[in-house]
Design a binder for this molecule. Structure first.
Ligand code: 13P
Length: 275
């Protein structure tokens, strides 16, 4: 690594950011009978020095949301932007608040259409402005997922940052208003999701550092120093230590490995890397 890429611009603030790991179960498991095992995996995570959240499938949220240990937050995978009413197939913040939920994931690339939705993708304005604003106003905290597809990564970091900025820009006023306690950024390069191809620590650090620098300029130095940026994309117990050692990587949003007992190890490896 060059020392430039390896170091954080906001080194002093790194220590203050509490690590955070999410488990995104996506459209898994197939059977209700498998849920208790998956809940048990999440409940083995040591939350003393790490925030942990889990995103069960929409159909399963209501079954499991009261089964997690204190410190393991149940966070739906999506939200509407209208509230209760005639919105078939949707979930709303008011329902989440009533159920005692505090966090919601929005903007996942699979919601943006990256698994081949034939319908128009959710726009960055809908996600980072309309949905995020609605959730924050309702008292929820937001995990905002962003990230570029492979053809953009192949063009280099400047092209990658153009996509990240486009994803983030509509949410800047909300970041200014609500602050870093309410918002987590999940950087999830599309090419590394579910592929077994992980961003190298150098790539992850370079991108997270650039995202933080953009937020320092667009929101404030204070926000950028405090906001947690998770890496997502084939994170697992084998790469968690090296990725977790990157100063601007504050945690992980884990897909496949969150369905396995190794989610506990990922948390432990991250906490050890930050200690
Ligand atoms: P994988 O860890 O399975 O690559 O998924 C990452 C992800 O999309 C988490 O939201």
């Amino acid at each position: 690594w060059s020392s430039d890429v390896c170091s954080s611009d906001l080194e002093n603030a790194t220590m203050a950011r509490r690590p955070i790991v999410g488990g995104n179960w996506k459209c898994n498991p197939a059977k209700v009978s498998e849920l208790d095992g998956l809940v048990a995996n999440m409940n083995t995570c040591d939350t003393a020095n790490c925030d942990v959240y889990v995103c069960p499938s929409p159909l399963h949220v209501g079954i499991v949301y009261q089964k997690f240990n204190k410190g393991v937050y149940c966070a739906p995978q999506n939200c509407n932007f209208k509230g209760t009413g005639a919105y078939t197939g949707e979930m709303c913040a008011e329902q989440m608040v009533d159920m005692g939920m505090e966090w919601c994931l929005i903007g996942h690339s699979e919601r943006r259409g990256e698994f081949g939705l034939p319908t128009p993708a959710e726009s960055s304005k809908l996600i980072a402005d309309t949905k995020m604003g609605y959730l924050l106003k309702a008292g929820m905290k937001v995990i905002l997922a962003i990230g570029e597809p492979l053809p953009i990564r192949e063009k280099g970091i400047e092209a990658v940052m153009e996509v990240c900025k486009e994803n983030l820009a509509p949410g800047i006023p909300h970041m200014k208003e609500y602050g870093a306690e309410k918002i987590v950024i999940a950087y999830e390069p599309v090419w590394s999701i579910g592929t077994g191809v992980t961003a190298s620590p150098e790539q992850a650090q370079e991108t997270h550092k650039a995202i933080r620098a953009y937020l320092a300029e667009a929101v404030s130095e204070e926000f950028a120093a405090a906001v947690r940026i998770q890496y997502g994309g084939s994170a697992n117990a084998k790469n968690a230590a090296a990725l977790g050692a990157c100063p601007d990587v504050d945690g992980f949003l884990v897909g496949g490995a969150s369905l396995k007992p190794e989610i506990k190890d990922i948390v432990d490896l991250l906490v050890a890397a930050k200690a």
